[in-house]
Structure formats: structure tokens, C-alpha cells
Write a protein that binds this ligand. Structure first.
Ligand SMILES: [Fe+2]
Ligand SMILES: [Fe+2]
Length: 261
């Protein structure tokens, strides 16, 4: 039986949430705002691809897990999108960004890539989210954040860890090719890093903070010297390159259980 639980959440984000909701830091706030702009459409792409694949999965356990994956990602998309309203209230405009994102996701990736490459890319994205989810929970990354956003990101992180094996196993069910898996993670990291940075620059620019020295200092601290976010993500990501890699090899489910109870 599947150990993955689809939880129907009902987040609401009051208007009073601070503009710089992450420890009064414009950099960290916009970094995670950018991730929040990317999630809903990214997750739609992933869940639609896996949903279409369900009928080709013979293993009943994997089929059940894959349909729970679809349910969890749908919840993530809906709950993160609710925060867009708060961003709009602060005057940010991201319709053009979304148009570009949707063009790349739905007009290029979804329609042009073969199912093998789509699944390889999704398995790669899922490795990325698992790496970030573990970091979020292990290091209590959101300790300084607004409690509602902390709850949103920690719940999402817990479910990412919970379903970390699914996309990988669905890919393996279609192809066990190492080069395809490798190309998939390269596409995934290029796509995610590209859009997260694009969103970050867009938000900082609209906030007139792009050339602010304090913002760049925060960036260097968060990425490289204090939290060492980029270094940790990079090192952990390398696991995926092992030929005998499987997402279950890393022991982090206990972190998810601490959140979900
Ligand atoms: Fe998700
Ligand atoms: Fe996921």
C-alpha cells in the first residue's frame, strides 16, 4: 500500500503578511517568492505528465503511488498560487513572466519532448525539490519566516520527501537508460535555476532593490558563506550521478514525519 497521503489543505494568506515576510530580508523573501511563482505551473506540467502515464503502469503499488503524487502536486499548485494575491497586492506584476514560463513548459516541454525525456526531466526536478526539502526541514530554514509561509513551505517540503521515489520509479518503468536520466536532470536544473533566477531578478527589479548592496550581501551570505545554500544543494545533488542511485537511499523520511505527525 502507498505510504503517500494526499492532504486537502486550506491555506489563507492575510493581507497583513509583511512585504518582506522572510526575516525582513528582501533577498530571501524574493528568492522564495520567485519559487512560489514557479511552482504552480511547474507542478501542473509534472502532474499532467504522470497522470497520462498512469494507464501504462502495471505495478499496482507504483500506480497507487503515482496517483498520490498527482494528488499531492495538485494541492501544492493550488496552495502556492493563493499567495500570488498577496504579491499582486504589493504591486508586483508577473503576467509576462507567467506567459513565458507557460510557453516553455506547455508549448515546448509538454508538446515537443518524448515521454522518456519528460519523465527524465520530472525525475530530475523531483531530485532538486527533495534536496531543497531536506535542507528546509533539517536546517529549519524558515525559522525566521512568517508563520503562514513557514507552514506552507514545510508542509510542501514534507510531501516532497514523502513522494521522492515516485517520479524516479515511473521513469525507470519506461526506461532505465542512464544517459536519458542524466540529460533529464541537466534539463531540470537548467530549467529550474533559469526560472528561479529570472523571477528573482524580476521581483528585485520591480521592488527597486536590484542594485542594492545589502541585497547582494544577503545573497552571498545565503548562497555561499552563512547558510551555504548553493554549496549544500550542489553537493547533495551530485548523488544523482551515481549509476546505482535511487531516491530511497537517502534517509530523510523522519524529517517529513516530524511535520506531518
Ligand atoms: Fe510539489
Ligand atoms: Fe514533488
Amino acid at each position: 500500500m502507498s505510504q503517500i497521503t494526499v492532504r486537502q489543505m486550506n491555506f489563507d494568506f492575510p493581507e497583513q503578511i509583511e512585504k518582506y515576510w522572510y526575516g525582513n530580508s528582501p533577498f530571501k523573501t524574493h528568492f522564495f517568492n520567485s519559487i512560489t511563482l514557479l511552482f504552480p505551473d511547474g507542478e501542473q506540467f509534472m502532474l499532467r505528465t504522470v497522470k497520462r502515464q498512469l494507464k501504462h503502469i502495471d505495478n499496482p503499488q507504483l500506480k497507487q503511488e503515482a496517483s498520490a503524487f498527482v494528488g499531492q502536486e495538485a494541492q501544492h499548485a493550488v496552495q502556492h498560487e493563493k499567495f500570488w494575491q498577496n504579491l499582486r497586492q504589493h504591486g508586483y506584476e508577473f503576467d509576462s513572466y507567467l506567459r513565458f514560463l507557460r510557453f516553455v513548459l506547455f508549448n515546448l516541454c509538454e508538446t515537443r519532448l518524448s515521454i522518456k525525456f519528460k519523465l527524465a526531466m520530472i525525475a530530475g526536478v523531483e531530485h532538486f525539490t527533495n534536496v531543497i526539502a531536506e535542507l528546509t526541514l533539517k536546517e529549519e530554514l524558515f525559522a525566521e519566516a512568517d508563520p503562514k509561509l513557514k507552514e506552507l513551505f514545510e508542509w510542501h517540503s514534507a510531501e516532497e520527501i514523502e513522494h521522492k521515489t515516485v517520479a524516479y520509479d515511473v521513469l525507470q518503468n519506461v526506461t532505465k537508460s542512464y544517459p536519458i536520466r542524466l540529460l533529464g536532470i541537466l534539463m531540470a536544473y537548467t530549467f529550474v535555476l533559469g526560472f528561479v533566477n529570472l523571477g528573482l531578478i524580476m521581483m528585485l527589479y520591480q521592488d527597486k532593490k536590484l542594485l542594492n548592496i545589502r541585497v547582494w550581501q544577503e545573497m552571498i551570505q545565503f548562497f555561499f558563506t552563512k547558510e551555504k545554500f548553493v554549496l549544500k544543494v550542489f553537493l547533495h545533488s551530485l548523488e544523482y550521478l551515481r549509476t546505482n542511485f535511487h531516491p530511497s537511499q537517502r534517509d530523510n523520511l523522519f524529517l517529513a514525519k516530524k511535520v506531518t505527525g
